[in-house]
Design a protein around this ligand. Structure first.
Ligand code: AMP
Length: 599
């Protein structure tokens, strides 16, 4: 197998991690520098460590966030900067604004916004106020928003006028917990829509010197939603003490140095965009690029070049889209400052790792983690050779295992190399989730034999490198976003023509998996192209473009187990022409058409 060897010449800057084995052997979480010492004994707050500390310190005048707002018709990029001291001032004001609205420690503040300065100010200001922040992806439709806001019992929504009018106003009576909606008026005149507050008016009226809430490391800070195979989305609770993880992984997995210009391309509506698009870079006092627009290959190369990005954290789908755009485009740009590239979220194919080396002059360092872990767990680092296709090795402070589940319900660690099993982690890292909100049993079920079970299947080789095999459950990874099939099926069965729906991921060369739905219709409904398009539109309107199926196929019946569960795996095997596996539990009467004619 081809290995990418690391030599000291590969690094223009001495990496933070040079001796992997030694760092692992000597590492203790208690040795991480206290980032919140200035708050007093026993205190910890993410916003203090990320912003307040720098706003008053030597980094005050440095650019914290650089927003790439527009690429003009001449191709020139427009930016606006927020220094650490300006960001500090706005974040203090937002925490003051929340307080004057009667929102305090433990109250929940949800954001549903595009990547504008207000999103970063609101999230950090709410953290500083001791409120629990839940960032929702702005491309979600009304249904995923309503579900998550209800589970999270949001007290405040911070959003934009456009999103409010398109998605939230119509579901507002389904969200009784929401006391205030704060709206950023996207440049349109007319103040705030009825029943909402204007973001900047709240900020202008607020106390610029609002004191920070004296939270502790174990206080809840963030609520990140993730999807499972069944039931509602799960709200993973994270605490302020997670900063220690975000700091250490910024050092070891992203190799951040104080004078870096860093670009994490993930949206804060997903955990990567929060942990590594906001918290980790600010902890390290670096300048972070935020692109307000959606993916565009030319624009991305231009940002990398013009902004002098030195550390870049991106995702396999984006890399595959860049590869697809062809080699002529990057040949028009130069990236002399770029020195480290990492990727997360989906399997990174070996070709993509080599493409980085060939086209950008640097290999891509794949790493692995998930919403529940809150931070990077397994990574390719500057300190060791890359085996393209592998996720790398567990970081210092992280213990990862492959486990086997036995028929007698016991779970044991597999010691032999190259054996497939479930990836499991030893609890104890600071950013580990502390529960699924209101779902104690689901939380308990994610542990066995003292280990956290990740739901991923993987292998570990003789050198300690981990290799991703697949998911244990039926969740779908599309363009890096985790999608629960049940949420999509529920939106489809809401349509009066649909009897039943089953949703699976179909392998796709660019986005990893594409969401496809199989649908049975109620008696008397005719399956035709008009109805198919109507259902696609119905799902898109309810779920939003990020979650909705891209394809729908009508079928006469769906395969079920004898206990009535849809066998998505069998459907997938049939679709892909793969062996059907154990079908002994399949129900033998195939006619599941529900009674009734659509209204
Ligand atoms: P999320 O919780 O949305 O961040 O999704 C986490 C899941 O994404 C993991 O459990 C994996 O299934 C997948 N994933 C994340 N990183 C990688 C990676 N480097 N290689 C393969 N799969 C990954």
């Amino acid at each position: 197998m081809d290995v990418i060897r690391k030599t000291p010449h590969d690094c223009s800057v001495r990496p933070n991690l040079t001796d992997y084995e030694q760092a692992r052997a000597q590492f203790h979480w208690s040795d991480v520098p206290p980032l919140c010492a200035g708050m007093g004994p026993g205190r910890c707050n993410i916003a203090y460590a990320a912003v307040d500390r720098h706003a008053e310190g030597p980094a005050a005048t440095r650019t914290a966030l650089r927003f790439v707002t527009d690429a003009g018709s001449d191709g020139a990029i427009t930016t606006r900067d927020l220094s650490y001291s300006e960001l500090g001032r706005l974040v203090r004001r937002f925490s003051g604004a929340l307080r004057s609205l009667g929102i305090h420690r433990g109250n929940r503040v949800f954001t549903i916004m595009n990547r504008s300065p207000e999103l970063y100010i609101a999230m950090l200001g709410a953290l500083r106020n001791g409120s629990v922040v839940s960032p929702l992806f702005s491309a979600f439709g009304p249904e995923p928003i309503a579900t998550r806001v209800s589970i999270g019992q949001a007290d405040v929504l911070v959003t934009t006028r456009a999103i409010y009018e398109r998605k939230i106003a119509k579901i507002r009576d389904r969200l009784p917990s929401v006391r205030h909606v704060v709206v950023v008026d996207d440049g349109k005149a007319g103040g705030a829509p009825p029943g909402t507050l204007n973001f900047w008016e709240c900020l202008d009226a607020a106390d610029e010197n609002a004191p920070i809430e004296p939270t502790a490391a174990d206080d809840p800070a963030l609520l990140h939603f993730t999807s499972g195979t069944t039931g509602t989305p799960k709200g993973a609770i994270h605490v302020h003490g997670a900063v220690a993880m975000h700091y250490v992984t910024g050092l070891y997995a992203l190799d951040l140095h104080p004078d870096d210009t860093y670009w994490c391309t993930a949206d804060p509506g997903w955990v990567t965009g929060t942990s590594y698009g906001i918290i980790s870079p600010l902890l390290h006092g670096v300048t972070s690029i935020v692109d307000e627009a959606e993916f565009d290959a030319r624009r991305w190369y231009q940002i990398l070049q013009d902004q002098g990005v030195s550390v870049w954290y991106t995702a396999p789908t984006a890399i595959r889209m860049l590869i697809k755009a062809g080699p002529e485009l990057p040949a028009q740009y130069r990236f002399p400052r770029l020195r480290f590239i990492a990727s997360v979220g989906e399997p990174l194919n070996p070709e993509a790792v080599w493409w980085g080396k060939r086209v950008l002059g640097l290999p891509i360092h794949d790493n692995w983690w998930q919403t529940e872990t809150g931070g990077i767990m397994i990574a390719n680092t500057p300190a060791f050779d890359i085996k393209p296709g592998s996720m790398g090795r567990p970081l210092p402070g992280v213990d990862a295992y492959i486990v086997r589940h036995n028929d007698d319900d016991t779970t044991e660690v597999v010691d032999e190399p190259d054996v497939e099993g479930e990836l499991a982690l030893k609890p104890g890292w600071p950013s580990m989730f502390r529960g699924y909100l209101g779902a104690e049993e689901r939380y308990r079920n994610s542990f066995a034999n003292g280990l956290y079970l990740t739901g991923d299947l993987a292998k570990k080789d003789a050198d300690g490198y981990f290799w991703f095999v697949g998911r244990k459950d039926d969740v779908i990874k599309s363009a890096g976003h985790l999608i629960g099939p049940f949420e999509v099926e529920s939106a489809l069965t809401d349509h009066p023509a649909v009897a039943e729906a089953a949703v699976i991921g179909i392998p796709d060369p660019t986005v990893g998996e594409m969401v496809k739905a199989f649908v049975t219709l109620k008696n008397g409904v005719v399956a035709d192209e008009d109805l198919r398009l109507e259902l696609l539109g119905h799902a898109r309107k309810r779920l939003g473009a990020a979650v909705a199926p891209k394809d729908i196929e009508f079928v006469d019946a769906l395969p079920h187990t004898s206990s009535g569960k849809i066998m998505r795996r069998l459907l997938k095997a049939r679709e892909l022409g793969l062996p059907e596996g154990d079908t002994s539990t399949i129900e033998r009467q195939p006619d599941h058409r529900a009674e009734g004619v659509p209204s």
